[in-house]
Design a protein around this ligand. Structure first.
Ligand code: HEC
Length: 718
């Protein structure tokens, strides 16, 4: 008899340890504070852990408990999930890992075997922001557009469906969410030209239940719905359809289970430039909007457009948080977002009514949001049809995808913000080139570009130090004002976690994991992560120990496109897990080999100039502006003699497509590739000469860099 009881006890234990994930379980997330069941911890996506074991007094004892190598060296952006003692996370190329959350031991992994050449369609690195869980399955979206269901215990594939048209450069980087048995997933690709949408798939079968398009289809075609007819009224011309229109839903979602409303954020237009995309004007719905729909059937409920007729790449795909706030003496059910455009929005999430909006970073394109119309009031700076205008924020945004966190205790939202600016203009000779050619509608050969490519990399870094910074902002969403902030030298940093014990955690681009006092911003603790951080931390507990977990892997849009001051790129991407008394240490980062002597310059001034324009059209988003790169992907200034010799075979012959360097034969001719090579050699000499400087000459040069950088930032010249 006792054996039978024991057997029952064991069975009960096993149902607890291997319980399935249901909507109720996610809705009641606060009842199991030790778990992290969905992307933002709960459907409100507040990213506040109720756990309090790690607090302001003992945080000095926080240390690394264990780490796990993901085996890749590209960007890591995932929020891990922790369910019944297992931590589920993703790495580069949409790989999934399930590890014992106590020890880090790998239980299973899954590689969707994305063809590496598809990586050329990923504007912003082959990243993935994590998995979703439902019943006994784990779901991942892959960079080549598939949605895959895996057995939670074994990682075996249950179903694998294609969610995109493979004729178009779509990608998936976002984490799915599951609501009422529907797996929700969007996609990316608006930089190259796609038509955006969000889909709902049946979690058990993988059958498509519904699809919500975010921009209208061809003007001559029958529209899919009344909502698309309404949206079509806000577009003009034909270009948008040819290029795709954009509006990809590549990241944020949140769900109000009482109202049964799903919210998601919509991205920028294809092409970026509104004068080309919709030459007769119009708001271009639903670009840069927050859209509210019914998650059961995809039916439209309301929308709020943050940047009507966006032309700066001001996506509204940024993190959405739901909260109940007292505003003017009344409790309001709100939704909060800090999209790229620089304004912090508080919106009534039931009706879509704008309650308040203030800028959280310097903004030059609009003076304010008119509360009567709910629309931004554009300034003269917004008009870049006839001349180039330098605008804040830049396309990287005042805040990008890096998740914020809302602490109900302090009433503050912690925003991993950025200060930046960029030149915008209009390419009046715009031509749609198809495939994964960048479609921004901006000129590549501008005086600004000439400056960027003609100055030495050291000076460029000094300038970036002044004009691009990271800033962690504690924002009061009721008063709409900053309460405290911390500046970071590197612009691009990690997402944020807050805890009920009054802590705020953030990793930085310069390779530190930091904890602050949530009330005051006081720096309480930090630990070196060897490599720069993009991802947000999460927290869980097991057997009485609270853990903080964080993905460490440098990459993503900003770091691939340019060398950011102070940034650390150390190679191995890892899952780092901390606890009080943790004593593990990380191996040192990768040392960069010395730069080889560049080959003799054979190009002419004209071919180098042509090569520079072509390079900044086709290569910059992986190999870095002016080749000044962190070597997340090969730094072309460090190429070996063999690679120089094989340049044509690499660039047009596709001999490295198996490791992610697709053939550019359809985009650049042999002569053009030669011109790019001339420019690569020129930029290599620039760096080589700069590195050779020594003694008083080097001191004088570094000093004058500082002066020039100061002048540039003071007068907003770049
Ligand atoms: C979508 C990203 C992407 C783009 C865009 C891209 N590359 Fe690459 N490139 C890679 C990857 C990935 C590798 C493989 C090496 C690595 O992973 O570091 C690579 C490698 C190379 C190499 C070999 C470097 C060496 O040291 O052997 C050359 C040369 C090169 N790329 C040239 C170009 C040129 C020229 C362009 C523009 C016409 C370009 N690439 C555009 C991703 C890209």
């Amino acid at each position: 008899m006792p054996y039978l009881i024991l057997l029952f006890a064991l069975l009960a234990e096993s149902t607890i340890t291997h319980a399935s994930v249901s909507g109720e379980r996610i809705i009641e997330a606060d009842n199991e504070p030790g778990s992290w069941l969905t992307h933002g911890r709960n459907y409100a996506e507040d990213r506040m852990s109720p756990l309090t074991q790690i607090n302001k007094d003992n945080i000095k004892d926080l240390g690394l408990a264990w780490y796990f190598d993901t085996g890749t060296t590209r960007g890591l952006e995932a929020s891990p999930l922790v369910i019944d003692g297992v931590i589920y996370t993703t790495g580069s190329w949409s790989k999934v890992f399930a590890n014992d959350a106590r020890t880090g031991e790998e239980l299973w992994s899954y590689d969707p075997e994305v063809p590496r050449a598809w990586g050329v369609n990923a504007c912003c690195d082959v990243v993935n922001r994590g998995v979703a869980a439902w019943e006994n399955s784990i779901f991942v979206g892959t960079i080549d557009g598939r949605l895959v269901s895996l057995n939670k215990e074994t990682g075996a594939v249950e179903w694998d469906v294609l969610t995109i048209d493979k004729e178009r450069p779509y990608t998936i980087t976002g984490a799915p969410r599951v609501v009422n048995g529907k797996v929700l997933i969007g996609n990316g690709g608006a930089e190259y030209g796609v038509r955006g949408y969000l889909s709902g798939y049946d979690a058990r079968t993988g059958d498509l239940s519904w699809r919500f398009f975010t921009v209208p289809g061809h003007p001559a075609d029958e529209h899919e719905s009344d909502v698309m007819r309404m949206a079509a009224e806000t577009w003009t011309g034909n270009v948008y359809h040819q290029v795709g229109g954009g509006g990809t839903a590549w990241d944020s979602m949140a769900y109000d289970h009482e109202a049964n409303i799903l919210y998601f954020g919509v991205g920028n237009g294809s092409p970026w430039n509104r004068h080309i995309r919709s030459p007769g004007g119009g708001d271009n719905l639903f670009l840069s909007s927050i859209v509210a729909i019914n998650p059961d059937n995809g039916e439209y409920i309301w929308h709020y457009q943050t940047t009507p007729a966006d032309t700066w790449d001001y996506t509204a795909t940024q993190h959405i948080i739901l909260a109940d706030l007292e505003i003017k003496g009344e409790m309001r059910k709100v939704l909060m977002q800090a999209p790229k455009n620089g304004f912090f929005y508080v919106i009534d999430r039931i009706t879509g009514e704008l309650l308040s909006a203030e800028n959280y970073v310097p903004v030059t394109w609009a003076s304010h949001i008119d509360m009567k119309t709910g629309r931004p009031v554009e300034t003269e700076n917004a008009d870049h049809l006839a001349e180039t205008k330098t605008t804040s924020p830049a396309q990287f945004g005042g805040h990008n995808w890096h998740p914020m966190a809302y602490n109900a205790g302090t009433g503050l939202v912690y925003i991993p913000a950025m200060l930046n600016q960029a030149p915008y203009n209009t390419d009046t000779n715009f031509e749609y080139l198809g495939g994964s050619n960048w479609h921004m509608g901006q000129m590549a050969d501008t005086p600004e570009m000439d400056i960027i490519t003609s100055i030495p990399p050291g000076l460029m870094t000094a300038i970036f130090k002044r004009i691009a910074r990271g800033k962690l902002i504690a924002w009061d969403p009721v008063q709409q004002k900053e309460v405290w902030s911390v500046m970071h030298e590197t612009m691009w940093n990690g997402g944020v976690l807050t805890t009920a014990s009054g802590l705020v955690f953030q990793g930085t681009g310069d390779g530190r994991f930091i904890a602050y006092d949530a009330e005051t911003g006081k720096h309480l603790w930090e630990s070196p992560t060897v490599t720069g951080i993009l991802a947000p931390p999460i927290s869980y507990s097991l057997d009485g120990d609270q853990y903080i977990a964080l993905m460490a892997g440098w990459g993503g849009a900003g770091p691939l496109a340019m060398k950011l001051p102070g940034s650390k790129s150390a190679g191995n991407g890892r899952l780092l897990v901390y606890k009080l008394g943790g004593e593990e240490t990380l191996p040192p980062g990768r040392e960069r080999p010395p730069m080889p002597v560049p080959p003799a310059q054979t190009g002419t001034e004209a071919s180098i100039a042509e090569g520079s324009v072509l390079y900044h059209q086709h290569c910059v988003y992986c190999h870095g502006a002016a080749l000044n790169s962190d070597a997340i992907i090969a730094d072309l200034r460090y190429m070996s003699e063999g690679s120089h010799q094989a340049f044509q075979q690499i660039v047009r012959g596709g001999i490295l497509s198996g490791i992610g360097m697709a053939s550019f034969a359809e985009r650049v001719t042999e002569e053009e590739a030669d011109a790019i090579h001339d420019y690569v050699i020129y930029a290599s000499h620039q760096k080589w000469d700069e590195d050779q400087a020594t003694g008083w000459w080097k001191d004088l040069r570094d000093w004058s860099y500082e002066v020039i950088a100061d002048v540039v930032s003071r007068f907003g010249l770049m």
